[in-house]
Design a protein around this ligand. Structure first.
Ligand SMILES: Nc1ncnc2c1ncn2[C@@H]1O[C@H](COP(=O)(O)OP(=O)(O)OP(=O)(O)O)[C@@H](O)[C@H]1O
Length: 265
């Protein structure tokens, strides 16, 4: 790594993130750093705080939850931005992939028009160029028949194709950070592998936070794992090291319950 690269701030740096619901503290003080091109898997049992932590990075928590703490994207404190400034960050510098693209995509809009709108808003390209970029992006995501996919409505695509389109939408504006929350949980295992490989390959220049309860899926694509329990990261380390020699009792328990363990490696 050269001197310029080492002096660059990480893509994401979180320090002292605290999330509460009324008087109840759900996440007491989370700190996490993700470098450019790195994929970090946040794993843990249901209710351990993975989703609320991920959503808080994009400031997407419901009004019933409050957050504090520092969130920096490429060195810029985004926790200090106004809501209207955050709207430019979401979909632009932060791309998001959720479990169920059918409920995230507007059913009345073609997949292409959803991409075009996002490209025009964040890259300020004219509509014609935006449509070309949408077509190219969907082709890169290996959706069939170039123009057929761009003009398809979400319900016309299979679950796997929809998820590819959602990854395309998350990546099209070349974000600094991708938040992928259980992106393959609803898909069958053979498709899961393809989608994870696509995410790994296409997200190569962004930082990616991959939320899952499936340690096998995390081990397939993550450089590092962060194990969550009751709102705290109890263990963090390179994927191979953490899977081979977990030190925290909760990590050991999580691994012992993983069906097939790290089955993709
Ligand atoms: N809107 C809310 N109001 C109050 N508490 C909430 C709210 N949303 C989530 N919680 C609580 O926050 C905690 C963490 O929830 P979260 O959804 O982040 O867990 P998770 O690790 O993502 O679980 P899962 O794998 O089941 O999605 C849980 O105790 C949950 O009940």
């Amino acid at each position: 790594m050269n001197a310029a690269a080492t002096s660059m701030p990480p893509s994401l740096a979180v320090a002292g993130l605290r999330i509460s619901a009324g008087g109840k503290v759900l996440v007491p003080g989370l700190s996490l750093t993700i470098g450019r091109g790195e994929i970090v898997g946040m794993v843990g049992a249901s209710g351990s705080g993975k989703t609320i932590s991920a959503f808080s990075l994009a400031r997407l928590l419901p009004d019933t939850l409050t957050q504090s703490g520092e969130i920096s994207l490429e060195g810029e404190r985004i926790d200090r931005l106004s809501e209207s400034e955050m709207r430019k960050v979401r979909g632009g510098r932060i791309g998001m992939v959720f479990q169920d693209p059918l409920s995230s995509f507007n059913p009345l809009r073609t997949v292409g028009s959803i991409l075009v709108e996002s490209i025009c808003r964040h890259q300020r390209l004219p509509a014609r160029q935006a449509r070309e970029l949408a077509i190219d992006t969907l082709a890169t995501m290996r959706l069939p028949g170039r123009k057929a996919s761009v003009d398809a409505y979400p319900h016309m695509l299979s679950g796997g194709q929809r998820q590819r389109a959602m990854i395309g939408l998350a990546l099209v504006n070349r974000p600094a950070l991708i938040i992928a929350d259980e992106p393959t949980t609803a898909l069958d295992p053979t498709i899961q592998l393809q989608i994870l490989a696509l995410l790994r390959h296409q997200a190569s220049s962004a930082a990616c936070l991959f939320i899952t309860h499936d340690i096998g899926a995390a081990s397939a694509i993550c450089d590092r794992l962060a194990v969550m329990n009751e709102g705290e990261i109890v263990e963090e380390g390179p994927t191979d090291r953490l899977l081979a020699s977990p030190t925290h009792p909760f990590t050991r328990e999580l691994l012992s319950h993983a069906p097939g363990g790290a089955r993709f490696r």
